[in-house]
Design a protein around this ligand. Structure first.
Ligand code: HEC
Length: 196
């Protein structure tokens, strides 16, 4: 009898170990670091937000670049201001199924058409009028301007990954973005696939 119970327990452990393993293949199931961080001062929030934006690669797409001996680097004068409204892009031509990035890495061509990195600075042309709720909706649900009824954000904005950020981390990023120098830059609307 004891042996039988032991067998059942053993099988149970193996089955649950296998299903655990299967779960881990889904990014939704990765552990999140949900413990609340202690209440931070405004300066600490901004510092943490800056850290998350740096390692989160937001500048790769959202900052226009200056050329350096190491290649294109975010322009400190226009940090996170999105695709420059005055930038002339070369003709796309036949891209044979490739996805293209512009030289500044702020404009993208793919099966979704042409998309442009948004202005994330606290100007009226950026996130100046946004509430934290808007920011959360944009980052968690991939909605333009953080409005529930608006269109879905286009690639290559990887909100499907960033939606896993904790509320505390999102809040820190939001405070950092709101602390940036406002840059007046009205990013063009995306171009649908046929016209691009
Ligand atoms: C690989 C490129 C890429 C990276 C990396 C990236 N973004 Fe984006 N992001 C975009 C593009 C392109 C858009 C505009 C999409 C559209 O027009 O639908 C966008 C849009 C957004 C929007 C919505 C803006 C609006 O006006 O609705 C927010 C907010 C945003 N990004 C925040 C971030 C943050 C914060 C990070 C870093 C944690 C980040 N993005 C990293 C490409 C990127």
């Amino acid at each position: 009898m004891k042996k039988k119970i032991l067998m059942i327990a053993l099988i149970g452990t193996i089955v649950s170990a296998c299903s655990q393993k299967e779960k881990r293949t889904n990014v939704e199931e990765y552990p999140t670091f949900a413990e609340a961080i202690p209440a931070l001062s405004e300066a600490e929030l901004i510092k943490r937000g800056s850290y998350i934006v740096t390692i989160g690669g937001c500048n790769d797409c959202h900052s226009p670049k200056v050329m350096t001996p190491q290649g294109p680097a975010p322009d400190p004068a226009r940090l996170l201001s999105g695709h420059n409204q005055n930038e002339k892009l070369p003709p796309v031509g036949d891209h044979n199924g490739w996805v293209l990035f512009s030289m500044n890495q702020t404009a993208y061509v793919g099966p979704w058409g042409t998309s442009y990195a948004a202005n994330l600075t606290p100007d009226d042309t950026g996130i100046g009028a946004w509430s934290f709720e808007n920011f959360k909706t944009a980052m968690r649900k991939g909605k333009l301007k953080g409005l529930e009824g608006s269109r879905d954000l286009l690639p290559p904005m990887p909100w499907q990954i960033y939606k896993n950020m904790t509320d505390d981390d999102l809040r820190a990023v939001f405070h950092y973005l709101k602390s940036l120098k406002p840059v007046n830059n009205l990013v063009p609307a995306p171009i649908p696939p046929k016209a691009s």
